[in-house]
Design a protein. Sequence first.
Lengths: 337, 337
Amino acid sequence: MPEIRWDLITEERVIIATERSRRPHDFKKADAPVDPKPKFVSSCPFCLGNETLTPPEVDAFREAGTAPDSPGWWVRVVPNKFPALAPEGDLNSRESGIYTLADGVGVHEVLIETPKHNETPVAASPNQWLEAMRMYQRRLQVLSRDERLKTVLIFRNEGKSAGASLEHPHSQLVGLTFVPPVLQRHIEGVQRYRSRHSRHPFEAIIEHELREGVRVVRQTERFLLYAPFASRAPYELAVLPLEPIARFDQMPDESLKEFAELLQDALRRLYAVLNDPPYNYMLFTAPCGYEEEFWLHLRIAPRLSIDAGFELGSGVGINITAPEDAAQYLRGATPSS
Amino acid sequence: MPEIRWDLITEERVIIATERSRRPHDFKKADAPVDPKPKFVSSCPFCLGNETLTPPEVDAFREAGTAPDSPGWWVRVVPNKFPALAPEGDLNSRESGIYTLADGVGVHEVLIETPKHNETPVAASPNQWLEAMRMYQRRLQVLSRDERLKTVLIFRNEGKSAGASLEHPHSQLVGLTFVPPVLQRHIEGVQRYRSRHSRHPFEAIIEHELREGVRVVRQTERFLLYAPFASRAPYELAVLPLEPIARFDQMPDESLKEFAELLQDALRRLYAVLNDPPYNYMLFTAPCGYEEEFWLHLRIAPRLSIDAGFELGSGVGINITAPEDAAQYLRGATPSS
């Protein structure tokens, strides 16, 4: 019997229909040898030594004395070559007949997580990965000073079916002059839940999930890795701090280390169980003005199924893997670097 | 300069960023010979003569005297073999700790549009395609008597990247016991617009689009085919009746003929300009209780780009083809069957 589940926060429904459920290996690519990627690709704009193939860098962790746009860096940030938004423009909206439009003002950066083409999050040394997370923090910190930006979303596209056009390990950052619908609905849901239950929904979720255990993949001192009850798609995961923190850039370094380690562990578990699946992850940090109530979290969405006409036309996800089953497989995984 | 555009009804924003815009042929598949499909495929459950490969049919247009689940049909409806929802169950929601869930009750049918494996909407005779549309009407009519169902969504997935798992021409129908978020937001947007402007937003859109012309692909006596101002993705199209009609199953046959012809024409234009692109279309007909205010419409969403981390995390679409450009290419197309 399929099940309809309500998201505790947004109150949106998903359908859990396991009739065509597959065991994890059925999701695996047809023939699954993972190509060994080289450390350097001469045509790759993100590889060490190819710095001139990108727009001029806006930030980097680099050895003292090395010049921008030259080797010596270990994490590097450049503007997106094909930006979705432009850094300058008129912030005011205007009318065009019955319609409203505005200049597409915002920030669109690429965070190159490593100089090495093959140092994926799964393969990266803990320290290299932590440095990438530190750059997330630094960019959020810097961009929080741009008063035009209300939301900064950091996300990662891994694999072609997750929208990645370049293989070299990187994340992206988009700064928006508004709070987009997904975050708006999340915030409204949090406000609604708090006014009804006098506590943050994530507090309730943590308490419940730790008691039940069935959707928990791993708990660390300060974080929970779990498969959300109303996951829209197979093997969705969330990383949630056990205590509220609003802004990712204000997370203390001890917590950041633990976060980086747990995120890397989560990606390794998915890699092991689903054989290097395409995925996106999205880091949700407090939009400007919501610092009091926001509880940062990260959502990992493996791209194992395709949203088709039903999902596009309804906004309702059909998930063929129960989150409890996903959690069980992922708990049992032996992540290896 | 990228542009932010507001959807007139939902008020949600999209980003039109044509920096990496492509001409239509750049979207085309790498090597584009369209396989000639055979008329019959022995393993295809939807082909004539293979009726026993599907669950027992629930409806069909068939020659008098022919038995269900035997040849003699020209449009056939069967339950989805892997249904997202089950026909029977408890309609009440229940609690599970902090969460809410319910039996996944609903209807999930497959509408086999033709007995011939290769009779795609683009290739179909006008009469065959009209018969498929008549079956849409009949199923909506029949299911409107099931008082548990609040929404019936008919949609079509064409091509693997649009979620189609079977090649044989077919649509699907899902009956839901609730009004899903996409429709809810549409209806709320209509109500908001009407209370502000004292008219239906589609009336304003039709008037404006016909005057401007730049987003119009084709106008017929009773319908408009156009590229919506705030299209979320390249080459999105909408088919809209010029006068309000709430329910697709109550569309008079003269209108239905014109609708079928225009929809087929739209799909042929996309086929010609984008070389047989994957696409979804979704038919939005009045949910139960909204017959007074609903204005039916159909949305065609070619799947030329992939929603990645930004779109998943924000709910904002990035469209690299201006709707005005898409309309221009599609107006100029010479649709051929």
